[in-house]
Design a protein around this ligand. Sequence first.
Ligand SMILES: [Zn+2]
Length: 215
Amino acid sequence: MFFLDSDHVYRSRSFAAFDWLEHGFGTRLSPGFAAGAEVSTLKQIHSAICVQASAGGCLGEGDALVTSVPGRPVSVRTADCLPILMADERQRTVAAVHAGWRGTIQGIVACAARMLGRAEDLHVAIGPGIGHCCFEVGPEVAGQFRELFPERADLAARTSIDLVEANRRQLIRAGVPPSRIYPASLCTVCRGEFHSFRRDREQAGRMVSMIGRLS
Ligand SMILES: [Zn+2]
């Protein structure tokens, strides 16, 4: 579903098939990816705040950026949190979302989906982030996932959480067809090609993920 291009940027095959779209999930080997004055960014605060991008540069606080302006890409920075890119095929609106566990609990992907348009027209690529294999949390965090994982009886103790599945469930609940949700299934902690806050702590850099409308 994903491939690594010659610039060390992961791309979704489904998104790459749209000629009106540019996108990519950066790695630690693509530090200059999506740098430029025209790219919109946010000061990320682990919220469910979605911002309509009106200009390039940093547009204030929030964790999702939406745009429909050609030549005005939007981006997020991550190191274990999930970068999620969204595209509305019909209206050609796009979004970049930063979803860590706090943003996931607050429903940031559903917020971005509502801002984009009709859920049934959306395509969603879930990029590299901390995997179920590495995301062990205490009961104070696990307990907040009860509503998303009602089938689990182990959330009152230390356990592992699947952030990709949590976001997938929210998207499906919002009306996005499951066949249009594309998870990369690449764990940033396990794989050295990525920055990881859990692995590298204060030394961790950030990866840039970007999506934009070309026409
Ligand atoms: Zn892992």
